[in-house]
Every structure is written in C-alpha cells, then in structure tokens.
Design a protein around this ligand. Sequence first.
Ligand SMILES: [Ca+2]
Length: 140
Amino acid sequence: MTDSLVYFYYFISYNHILPKTEGDVRLVNGNDVNQGRVEIFQNNTWGSVCDTDWDSNDAQVTCRQLGLPHAGAMAVTGGRFGEGTGPIWLSELQCNGTEDALVDCAKSTDWQSNDCEHVHDAGVVCSGKLTLIFPEKIHF
Ligand SMILES: [Ca+2]
C-alpha cells in the first residue's frame, strides 16, 4: 500500500471503528493523520500528556503504538497542536524508545498526579517527512 492508503486505514480504524480501551492513544488536531496532539485513553476519558521530559523516545513509542512510521518521530512540545480540554493524564514519561505502548513506559508521576497545564500538551510527528508539516503551525 502507499503511505496515504496506510494513513487512511489508520485514520478509519483507530479514530472511528475500533473500540477504545485503556491506554489507547490518538493524535488530535494535526495537519495530517501522522501528527497531532497526543491523547491517551484512561478511566473512559481521553486526556493529554504533559511535555515535561517529552522527547523523541516518547514520540517513537507513541508512533509505534499507532502503527505509524516511528524511526524519525519528533516530539512536539508547548501545545503546538492546540490545547486539550480533558484531564492531563501523564507527565514526565521516561520511555527508552523500545516500548510497544506509552503505558509500558516508566514515568515519574502517577496518572493525573501532576500540576501541568494544557499549554504544555505534548504532540508528535510520526514520520520524518517534513513536507507534511505546515510550517506556520509548528516552529522548532
Ligand atoms: Ca521522556
């Protein structure tokens, strides 16, 4: 399949059909389906991840969990994909980059035990294809 077909399949399956389970992740408000604000499903509610300690290892795991290209995954900080409105479930994630899911990563704080604010919502860009990024919305 071409990349766009893969992304289309991802978009349909992950965002609209498959039931949500604890620890699922999704990307919100990106310019393409391979990027966006990271939200994780916990306690039947989608919530954000704080950008404290958010780095490329954490981004790689997010992309791998979604079945998206992860080798050149980039961590996006500072709520650049917009600010969420739900709980801020996770902060200070310490992924080593090889985990299959964000919930498998070590973290310095427990679920929702942080004083983070949505202006610090974390995001990812799951491929190194910089042409997919709209530069007016992301500034590294
Ligand atoms: Ca980290």
